[in-house]
Design a protein around this ligand. Structure first.
Ligand code: LRH
Ligand code: MN
Length: 426
């Protein structure tokens, strides 16, 4: 299914008058809206290929129909999202869930939908049918050298797929760790993992990056070998200048101060990118901004200020990995992703409103209440009209969810693909 710009423009017609009112009011409240809108138009978020179907838990999975049956149909679905918001201009593949058997055709198809390929993801947290050794007791950390080699070879194969598609980065998330005290020699596990990552690092093309993604727990529940930002940064620093830390918002212990982690990783120049989602308890992979929107704003506040301090803007082409990593148990996957992209754009726009000079001044005077007032002035400013204006200037929908529903996209996908289709992924 393709959503032409004409169909979307026609759907915008009935919404334009109300938008113009909101936008005029926003312009009366906010300085220099045009530069903010330009940055919103330039800011692209990558969609995970593994989150285009209905996710599930060990307790159950309730697919909603019309799910993509192939990589081609997944690219089509990301194309639908990008047509609706012109902010989903990249797809992040997970191997072997989405092996591009005909990379040239896949690249052409993606280009037809205006899509690029962001980071490719390896998978040594599941055993594949044709696999010689099991990763039950870990992959890159494993006490058995042959198993570590199997995992290293897989990551090098994933890089090859990425090169074929024009991707420029590899994300390595390891489920490695232990479930019981005494099970693991932590130092040996770290050293084995580092040695293995160094072999993978050596296989990276010159202009590639490696993102080392950390996670506090699950599927191991006593220790994770890349368990927090400190361990990930240790690996990234030991590996070299092409290695960075990737922050998945759901991978922290309860109440972790993620915005402080982001600030320090920006300071070190070792923040590689994000897996955006939201959570209340664990790695819940919920819609971005659905549980802790203020935390998302505070994270973008550190990103925006960090970029200013580093004099390294983080818009398109900055090589940052801006990716969503979510799992849709009860929402329509495409609606969930549209809401997530919107929440990211809103937090980014709000962060651009922060009066950083006044904020620094309040901080220098320990005027804590004033500092909060300055931050919340930005957070409490309604920027939705700016985000919507950025979309129509990019040829997209004023209201992606309304368009998605009014144009009966899911109904059309079900009639094309059927009710019982299951997408590869989590
Ligand atoms: C692990 C993770 C990782 C992916 C997987 C799909 O929880 O966040 O980024 O490989 O989800
Ligand atoms: Mn992730």
């Amino acid at each position: 299914m393709i959503l032409s710009e004409k169909i979307i423009q026609d759907h915008n017609t009935s919404l334009l008058a109300k938008h113009k009112l909101h936008f005029e009011f926003a312009k009366s409240q906010i300085n220099d809206v045009d530069s903010i809108i330009k940055r919103l138009v330039d800011f692209q978020v990558a969609i995970p290929s593994w989150a285009l179907g209905t996710g599930g838990t060990r307790f159950g999975r309730f697919p909603g129909g019309g799910e993509p049956r192939s990589l081609e149909e997944k690219i089509e679905d990301v194309g639908l999202l990008h047509a609706l918001n012109k902010t989903s201009g990249a797809i992040s593949l997970h191997i072997p869930w989405d092996i591009p058997t005909a990379p040239k055709d896949i690249q052409t198809l993606a280009a037809q939908h205006g899509l690029a390929f962001d980071a490719v993801n390896s998978n040594t947290f599941q055993d594949q049918a044709d696999q010689e050794y099991s990763y039950k007791f870990g992959s890159l950390q494993n006490v058995n050298k042959a198993i570590r080699k199997q995992a290293v070879d897989h990551n090098i194969e994933v890089i090859k797929h990425g090169v074929d598609l024009g991707s420029k980065s590899l994300t390595v998330w390891l489920s490695d760790g232990s479930c019981f005290p005494g099970q693991l020699n932590f130092r040996k596990a770290f050293e084995n993992t580092l040695e293995s990552l160094q072999e993978i690092y050596a296989a990276l093309p010159a202009d590639w990056k490696m993102f080392v993604e950390y996670k506090a727990f699950e599927p191991n529940f006593y220790s994770m070998t890349v368990g927090d930002w400190g361990q990930s940064l240790l690996f990234a620093n030991k590996l070299g200048e092409k290695a960075y830390t990737l922050v998945d918002l759901g991978h922290h212990l309860p109440n972790a101060n993620i915005e402080q982690i982001v600030s320090l990783l920006m300071m070190e120049g070792k923040l590689g990118g994000f897996h955006f989602n939201d959570s209340k308890y664990g790695d819940d992979d919920l819609t971005v901004g659905s549980i802790k929107p203020y935390q998302l704003f505070l994270i973008f506040n550190e990103l925006t200020q960090g970029a200013q301090l580093n004099n390294a803007p983080f818009d398109q082409g900055s090589g940052f990995g801006w990716m969503i990593d979510a799992s849709h148990n009860i929402k329509d996957p495409l609606e969930d992703l549209l809401q997530s992209v919107e929440a990211i754009q809103i937090a980014y726009a709000q962060s651009l409103l922060v009066d950083t000079i006044a904020l620094e001044d309040a901080r220098q005077n320990n005027d804590v209440a004033k500092a909060q007032e300055i931050l919340q002035e930005a957070y409490r400013t309604d920027v939705r009209a700016l985000v919507a204006e950025a979309r129509i200037r990019a040829g997209a929908s004023l209201s992606p969810i309304a368009a998605y529903r009014d144009l009966k996209v899911r109904k059309e996908l079900i009639s094309e693909r059927g009710l019982k289709t299951i997408a590869t992924g989590l």
